[in-house]
Design a protein around this ligand. Sequence first.
Ligand code: ZN
Length: 392
Amino acid sequence: MTTSPRQAARTRVAEAMAALRTGRMILVLAESDGGCRGDLVMAAERMTAEAAKAMMTIGCGLIHVSMRSAALDALEIPPADPTSTGPGRELFRVSVALAGSEAGGVRASHRAYTIRALADPSSTPSTFTRPGHVFPLGCAAGGVLSVPACPEAAVDLVELAGMAPVGVLCEVCGADGEQAGRAELLDLGREHGLPVVSIDDLVAYRRRELCRVRRRGVARIPLPMGEFRAIGFTDGLDREHVAFVHGDPAANLAPLVRLQFECLAGDVFGSRHCGCRAELDHALDRIARSGCGVLVYIRARSTAVRDTLRACRSDVGRLCAEAHLVGPGDIQSAFDMLDELGLREVRLLSDAVEVAVEPGQVRVIERIPLSHDHRGARTLAPPHTDRIGSLS
Ligand SMILES: [Zn+2]
């Protein structure tokens, strides 16, 4: 059985979490602009003198402790350069050591005490002296989804593994003392038996966790086109969506599927600004006539009414461009619902080719135009950083 790239990435993240839980080190790769950086990572609360020594021996870089900026603020560990206003201001913090003469030294055991204390929820500002031999890094609250970097990855992975969100990291240097390349890093991982995970793996994992859908009830709904089952879902952001299922699509080869995005003015009131109601009816009719299929109805965001009204005030042709903005998370939720319904290959009723859908678990083997004569081609949404346009 072949493993998809997505399953392989999930397996790598799961193996990394399992290793962290048992106090083992992992190797995190950050690839960007053709370069590759590698950091040894472990959970701060599992840090020991032996692990600190191994990290320094294998990694050769400086040992840092990454935790959320707010947690460092609470411990009154300020930015290393308070006059800095640049992007690194939050990252580098004043170095610390555990207060008390026995624990404040540079020895591996002393560093391990300090690192474990940073992960201890009972620690207070007076637990530490400043400066010391442990270097904290302040991380973004949103983790790798905000900043796809090694310090954020360390905190995310340790937290996903069920421990206090404080990670220890040490950049790996190559044999020549310079930054190690990808091949050298992978060799090092194999040599020391370290699970290797990339930041891209972790970003994909966290996105999927956010978008994961769950079933929330089912009802039979007779429509003019035929009988459908409405199956409710919630996504990872607690938004509700519904799949209108006709027949038994999971038992059929490549059933018809339509992704329909909520348009209050069009769907409910039949606004003539756009053709959404006609599209909706037409898609349900096509699915019913084909014998089986699914219309995934993705509910709009909380700003949908405002967006629609604003769009209604502008040019007619721009309505859907402004009111039907769809994010990658919406597309992910739609395909997660199809996956949950047991569909593997689908034929997508869609007029547009502008959305590069990467459904992963559900394959689109054909795009079939949702032919309709009530209106012309839909105006496409303008490019936007977190929205990728209408899918119809
Ligand atoms: Zn509409």
